[in-house]
Design a protein around this ligand. Structure first.
Ligand code: 5RP
Length: 211
């Protein structure tokens, strides 16, 4: 299995879904790295929004028109990677710590397309589930979230503390509700199926489309 080829194939298939004149949300990660040149090669007139400074820099260097996400209130399509994809469409995202912005950009799009290699589909989601936490009251927030570990990583671009929930993920909907309802949690990496329009998984030398 050539994982890099699978990522590239999924990313290139997703790039073909983008049409002239669209507003496009760009995710973050190693799979999205293949998306950016594939999009740039198409020379479409599109306006992009990036989910991280890293993606913004890479996309701009390739000549894509990247704008801040404070001038648009809707996107036509968002394309992003995932860490885990469950059979019912729930995702775990945020391995790269960009999940809060990624969820905002996914939710703002008419179509959210997930691109992944064949290691990402799983039978059942499991921890760690990425978190972004407010610094104020951090020890109290962590206590409520046990078992949780703060990452030894820089903060998010919005100043949030990055951490991971290491408990069981038996029922993603219940856990997502609990994490969202915990004071001090800015965002978590559980993405519900209702956000996802399509999943493109590179498998060997072809692309499997789910939903
Ligand atoms: C970053 C993310 C990424 O989309 C996720 O971690 C997948 O990354 P990769 O494409 O490198 O496997 O959520 O916060």
């Amino acid at each position: 299995m050539d994982v890099e080829q699978e990522k590239r194939l999924a990313a290139e298939a997703a790039a073909e879904l983008v049409e002239d004149g669209m507003t496009v949300g760009l995710g973050t990660g190693s799979t999205v790295r293949y998306l950016l040149p594939a999009l740039a090669r198409r020379r479409l007139r599109i306006i992009c929004v990036a989910t991280s400074p890293r993606t913004m820099r890479a996309a701009s260097e390739l000549g894509l028109d990247v704008r801040p996400f404070d001038i648009l209130d809707h996107l036509d399509i968002t394309i992003d990677g995932a860490d885990q994809i469950a059979p019912d469409g729930w995702l775990v995202k945020g391995g790269g710590g960009a999940h809060t912005r990624e969820k905002i950009v996914a939710a703002a799009a008419s179509r959210f397309i997930v691109i992944a290699d064949s290691r990402k589909p799983v039978d059942a989601l499991h921890g760690p589930v990425p978190l972004e936490l407010l610094e104020f009251g951090l020890p109290a927030t962590l206590r409520r979230l046990e078992p949780v570990a703060v990452r030894t990583a820089p903060r998010s671009p919005d100043g949030g503390i990055l951490a991971d929930y290491h408990g069981a993920v038996e029922d993603p909907a219940t856990l997502a509700e609990r994490l969202s309802a915990t004071p001090g949690v800015v965002g978590h990496g559980l993405f519900p199926p209702r956000l996802v329009a399509s999943v493109l998984v590179g498998r060997g030398d072809s692309v499997e489309r789910r939903t």
